[in-house]
Design a protein around this ligand. Structure first.
Ligand SMILES: [Zn+2]
Length: 83
């Protein structure tokens, strides 16, 4: 059964599959044009992909094509959005 209330934890990194709190993850969303961008304020609705806040997981996610898997759609580009 799906739970619809939002908890401030329990998201899985799409790269390493670690379950972490939301504030320990970067949230990415896919725009309709195929660009994946950082959703730093949580303003975009819809499916988000979560990555640990480190370069290793971000690059691993790209290498494994985890973003397109997470969104179940083709990705045209990814804007990391953080340094
Ligand atoms: Zn990770």
């Amino acid at each position: 059964m799906k739970k619809h209330f939002r908890l401030p934890f329990d998201r899985t990194c799409i790269a390493c599959r670690m379950v972490r709190k939301v504030d320990e993850l970067w949230r990415y969303v896919r725009h309709p044009d195929g660009m994946v961008v950082l959703d730093s304020n949580g303003v975009f609705n819809g499916r988000g992909a979560y990555v640990c806040q480190n370069d290793k997981c971000f690059e691993l996610a790209i290498k494994r094509k985890a973003f397109s898997r997470a969104f179940k759609k083709a990705i045209l580009g990814i804007n990391k959005g953080v340094d």
